[in-house]
Ligand binder design. Structure first.
Ligand code: FES
Length: 637
């Protein structure tokens, strides 16, 4: 059966699989927050059927208007014949790709490649060895080692697996061989011995891969000059086993699902790698090195390591610095012996993605004190300079990624990303990502909205909607009061009191983590010269609004700097430079992790932070000045 897309693309589809899966199998990725298998619960994977026969369910997830326009939930829809469909832009998983693509476009400009020593994981040496004779009758292996030693490469380990083909390769190449050395950081080891001179007529490429909890991003990199070639992204389909790292670890442990989770992520990587290979006509053998970055749990699941101890006190990962393995061993469709390097972790909840972030921001090279914040379902914070680095991790929950909110969605097209409320009329004014019609609200949008609602007197400092605020936008719903941001009956985007509670808890955790870091160092926020914000969430974030709700400290706006996906950036840097791989390992070793799970100080700060902006308003003088004394607020102010 055929699936005709409004873009003109035609794909062969199987009625056995859902529309979502058919599209995924053809490299078209639809936003599928609940993973789209089995029952499907989120209703976000919508597409529009224009013509053709199909069977579908989960219609209650669609509005009346959507149903009349032909919308279906793609993970619950199967073809019964050829089908003509349109994929709304808001359903396409493109934002992360766009973000990753936008930075990557600049990568080749940002880095002065003439100053970077391009030293990938492998290094090739061409040797012309003397033919053996009765007078020169050392063994084949000794001959290769002698050849290497003569050009200064000593103490090089040649693994046993190369022995079987060694004599054949030497004689086939007429004693001319290419020895590929792998740089493990500590030793040099021979990866392969190939007859003759390797010509790389198909190119020599590497992959930098960010294994995020929600998305996976790949950079294809030319290893000859270190330059970025292209980017590909997809969902991390482990999401069907659990939305956050904790539920995935539980699944891997309690239900013996480690193999399933491992296969899911490897399939994801291969599913986006294949179209890249096709686009650039790359053979499997031309992909020669891989670097992976991810949080500690994702790294374990990717490498097939038991993540159970991460969850149990005293929270110990299997390793912090991981031995180099190979693409073939993990099932990635690259050259089977391509070395695979994993960014080192620091602790169970501070992973290689944070080390990558520090590497990319160069905090570890600066004298002044800087901070690094990566916010997703977990918030990771690092403070330090060239002499010390201190890190904490705090659970923010899924709300900054749109999860757990009545009308939450990821920061993709159609998400409300900014809100202004008119002080006199309390009418909201919204903007959306992509300027299309609003479909929901993303993390940065809800921070904006809550800050405005607080500053304009719509909610009290403890996050309760004020029924007495004269606004037609405040309504009573099943779960209490809610504020209507957009739309009319049956098609409204609202912010409910439970949404506000979720955000208050998440922002209190971030601020408390930051405050504990400073207490540990005896510093004040004023002594931090730069605050780097990483992650897709930060892209649309209005820092002043984040300060207004008390998520970030009350510091001048120019101290904050948004940095996109630093995890992939760090992986990229480690792919092209051995010096930067060494730096990543040095960062992992010098960073001290502060455990918050039994910290009284954290708990005190957290409770104090459950107000807007904070129980102690004097910590937020700018916000205090923004409050209009004429606005009557709830009792708690
Ligand atoms: S209902 Fe289809 S992905 Fe959630």
């Amino acid at each position: 059966m055929k699936l005709f897309l409004s873009s003109g693309e035609v794909i062969t589809a199987s009625p056995q699989f859902s529309l979502l899966k058919n599209l995924k199998n053809n490299g078209i990725h639809i936003i599928a927050p609940c993973g789209g298998e089995g029952q499907g619960v989120c209703g976000r994977c919508k597409v529009i059927v224009k013509k053709g026969k199909y069977r579908t369910r989960l219609l209650d997830k669609l509005s009346k208007k959507e149903r009349s326009e032909g919308y279906v939930v793609s993970c619950q829809t199967h073809l019964k014949g050829d089908l003509y469909i349109e994929i709304p832009r808001s359903s396409l998983l493109e934002t992360e790709g766009v973000i990753a693509g936008e930075i990557s476009k600049n990568l080749n400009k940002i880095f002065n490649f003439s100053t970077i020593d391009i030293s990938p994981l492998t290094n090739e040496i061409y040797l012309e060895l003397p033919e053996p004779s009765l007078a020169d009758n050392i063994s084949d292996l000794e001959r290769v080692k002698r050849g290497l030693s003569e050009i200064g490469q000593r103490n090089i380990n040649v693994p046993y697996r190369l022995m079987r083909d060694l004599s054949r390769n030497l004689r086939y190449g007429n004693w001319k061989v290419t020895v590929t050395l792998i740089d493990t950081g500590y030793t040099q080891e021979v990866l392969r011995i190939s007859p003759g001179k390797r010509d790389h007529k198909n190119g020599k490429y590497g992959l930098a891969i960010d294994v995020g909890t929600t998305t996976v991003v790949i950079y294809l990199v030319n290893l000859t000059d270190g330059k970025f070639v292209d980017v590909a992204t997809t969902y991390n389909y482990q999401i069907i086993y659990g939305e956050d790292v904790i539920s995935r670890i539980v699944y891997a442990t309690d239900q013996g699902g480690l193999k399933e989770l491992n296969e899911a992520i490897i399939n994801d990587i291969n599913s986006i790698l294949e179209p890249l290979k096709k686009k650039y006509a790359l053979s499997e053998e031309s992909i020669e090195s891989i670097v992976i970055s991810g949080n500690t749990a994702m790294t374990h699941l990717f490498l097939g390591l038991d993540p159970a101890p991460i969850l149990k006190e005293p929270y110990i990962p299997t390793a912090s610095i991981f031995p180099i393995t190979s693409a073939g061993r993990l099932g990635i469709n690259a050259s089977p012996d391509a070395p695979l390097y994993t960014l080192p972790c620091v602790a169970s909840y501070v992973g290689g993605d944070v080390v990558a972030g520090v590497l990319a921001t160069k905090i570890h090279k600066k004298q002044e004190i800087s901070a690094f914040i990566d916010i997703g379902t977990n918030g990771e914070l690092v403070v330090g300079n060239s002499e010390w680095l201190l890190a904490v991790a705090c659970s923010a929950g899924p709300c900054f990624e749109g999860g757990g909110l009545a009308h939450g969605m990821r920061a993709t097209a159609g998400a409300i990303d900014s809100v202004k409320i008119n002080l006199d009329t309390l009418e909201p004014e919204i903007t959306t990502i992509g300027q299309g019609s609003p479909e929901g609200i993303c993390g940065s949008g809800i921070i904006d909205a809550i800050a405005e609602m607080y500053l304009k007197g719509v909610i009290t400092s403890n996050g309760k909607l004020r029924a007495d605020a004269s606004s037609t936008h405040i309504k009573t719903a099943a779960e209490g009061l809610e504020f209507v941001l957009y739309g009319e009956k049956d098609n409204e985007i609202t912010i409910t009191e439970p949404d506000i509670d979720n955000i208050l808890r998440a922002k209190a955790a971030i601020y408390a983590g930051f405050a504990v870091l400073l207490t540990e160092t005896g510093l004040s926020f004023n002594e931090i010269s730069k605050i780097y914000i990483a992650g897709g969430f930060g892209r649309y974030l209005n820092v002043e609004k984040a300060i207004a709700i008390g998520m970030f400290p009350d510091q001048p706006k120019n101290k904050f700097m948004y940095l996109e996906n630093t995890s992939i950036l760090g992986a990229y840097l480690c792919l092209i430079s051995s010096k930067l791989r060494e730096e990543a390992e040095a960062i992992s070793s010098m960073m001290t992790y502060v455990e918050l799970s039994n910290s009284d100080k954290f708990m005190d700060e957290y409770i104090a932070g459950l107000f807007l902006p904070h129980t102690n308003l004097s910590l937020f003088p700018t916000v205090k000045n923004m409050l209009d004394p004429n606005i009557q607020r709830g009792k708690s102010i």
